[in-house]
Design a protein around this ligand. Structure first.
Ligand SMILES: [Zn+2]
Length: 461
């Protein structure tokens, strides 16, 4: 057995310190949550400026050198830096200070921007996503006040909820100040209350438009229907080739991977998704593999005459948009080529088929075998008294891919403040306060552990 990085007494002392800090941390979280910093353009952007200012103040109070940056006309991002002991690793802590719109106020049991505690949860828009992420970082800094064990950079984005459009430019222009050995992105989920999680895979994405044409103009379906195919029927036949009879994606050459073996059954999937009784599950492999690591393909839009306006005409041309989710390590460009090849070689009835790329994004698969991940697992286990599980996410998180691409050498830890009842983006968003305390303890322990690493934090040098 190697020496533990932190002794049990040191661990207990840090935990005690964080627990003592929690009342003030929660006060600051409530103050942040009262700011309706909705980054969607139709909302008052002065409030996004205000949440950036308040975030900057919180970081300055911890002795960080802070700057608010904006690029490409984007929302304000807060960057704070503190030097650690010489030779210690540098850790970047990410969160975002913007929030989703509150939605219909009538669906909330308390005002979305007046944080309210009920049954051990703090309700409010942003109380979890992701102002709790900001405060977890601040709590970890406070736990080590005046004696940070590592170099710390805090990066708090202001436009995550509207797609992080200027993030690539921010990373490009300020990358030298954001570079780190370990990156902690506190904007994901834990597996369930009492079980912490590291999100280690995300799926990639390809969106493509498929245009099918059979005639150069619409003609009377009574006069010409019979020998001539209409484009909409041809498009439907083409779309039908994208899955096999079992419902697996039929495009050849796509990568497949297996998800971790966690307990997630059909009943839970049905309850969480609202699947109608009788709707069968499609595809093969474990449910979590189908959600997290295997390709999936859905038709998400169709350009064709609306039923209301339908006339007896052979539709000359029709268009569909498909969204394809990819195995975490799949190259999106190759996946698009495979999809294109599949569609062009199956053009029904000699129809003209055109396939164009509308959007793509890489997935993410963390290398979880380094020292930083070992220390994170140990910190989580100490904070929760339960070993963390490794989970995937079927969606794509643009900022994770952006950081992974910009800092390929860094160990990336995707951690969470949310639990399955958080309802981020929905009405009655809430934070489980017991879990939040454990999140803060875990992050304070993680910084201490990373500061003790004898060699490079990736354990490779
Ligand atoms: Zn978020």
């Amino acid at each position: 057995m190697p020496e533990p990085t932190l002794t049990p007494a040191e661990t207990a002392a840090i935990r005690e310190r964080v627990v003592g800090l929690m009342p003030a941390v929660l006060d600051d979280l409530r103050a942040l949550t009262r700011i309706p910093s909705v980054s969607l353009g139709s909302f008052d952007q002065a409030r996004v400026e205000e949440s950036a200012e308040v975030t900057a103040r919180l970081l300055r109070a911890e002795g960080l050198e802070v700057e608010i940056v904006r690029e490409d006309g984007g929302r304000p991002a807060v960057i704070g830096r503190s030097e650690g002991p010489a030779g210690a690793p540098r850790v970047l802590l990410y969160a975002h200070h913007d929030v989703q719109p509150p939605g219909d106020a009538a669906e909330w049991d308390s005002h979305p921007f007046e944080p309210t505690e009920r049954d051990g949860r703090l309700y409010g828009r942003g109380a979890a996503d992701d102002k709790a992420g900001i405060m977890a970082h601040v709590a970890a800094l406070r736990a080590h006040a005046g004696d940070l064990p590592v170099g710390v950079t805090v990066f708090v984005e202001g436009e995550e909820e509207v797609g992080s459009d200027s993030l690539a430019t921010v990373l490009e222009r300020h990358g030298d100040r954001l570079d780190a050995d370990v990156i902690v992105l506190a904007d994901a989920m834990n597996w369930e209350v009492g079980t912490p999680a590291l999100t280690t895979t995300l799926r990639g994405l390809v969106r493509a438009d498929i245009t099918v044409s059979t005639l150069d103009h619409g003609v009377h379906s009574g006069m010409f229907g019979g020998p001539l195919p209409d484009a909409l029927t041809a498009l439907c036949r083409l779309l039908a080739t994208l899955h096999d009879a079992a419902g697996d994606v039929a495009v050849a050459g796509l990568d497949h991977a297996e998800a971790a073996d966690l307990d997630y059954d059909e009943a839970r999937l049905r309850a969480e998704s609202g699947a109608l009784e009788g709707t069968a599950l499609i595809g093969s492999g474990s449910i979590l593999s189908r959600l997290w690591t295997r390709p999936a393909l859905s038709v998400i839009g169709l350009d064709a005459p609306a039923v209301e306006a339908a006339s007896n005409t052979l539709v000359p041309s029709a268009r569909a948009r498909v969204s394809m989710r990819l195995a975490p390590t799949q190259d999106p460009g190759r996946a698009f080529e495979a999809l294109r090849e599949h569609l062009l070689s199956r053009a029904p009835w000699g129809a003209s088929v055109e396939v164009t790329l509308s959007d793509e994004g890489p997935g993410f698969a963390a290398a979880t075998d380094g020292a930083a991940h070992d220390e994170a697992r140990a910190a989580f286990a100490d904070a929760w008294g339960a070993a963390p599980v490794e989970i995937g996410c079927g969606g794509s998180i643009p900022f994770v891919a952006a950081f992974a691409e910009r800092f390929p050498e860094a160990a990336i830890l995707v951690t969470g403040v949310e639990d399955p009842d958080t309802r981020a983006h929905g009405a009655n968003e809430s934070l489980h306060l017991g879990e939040f305390e454990r999140v803060c303890v875990a992050e304070a322990l993680l910084l201490a552990r990373l500061g003790r690493l004898p060699t490079g934090p990736r354990g490779s040098d």
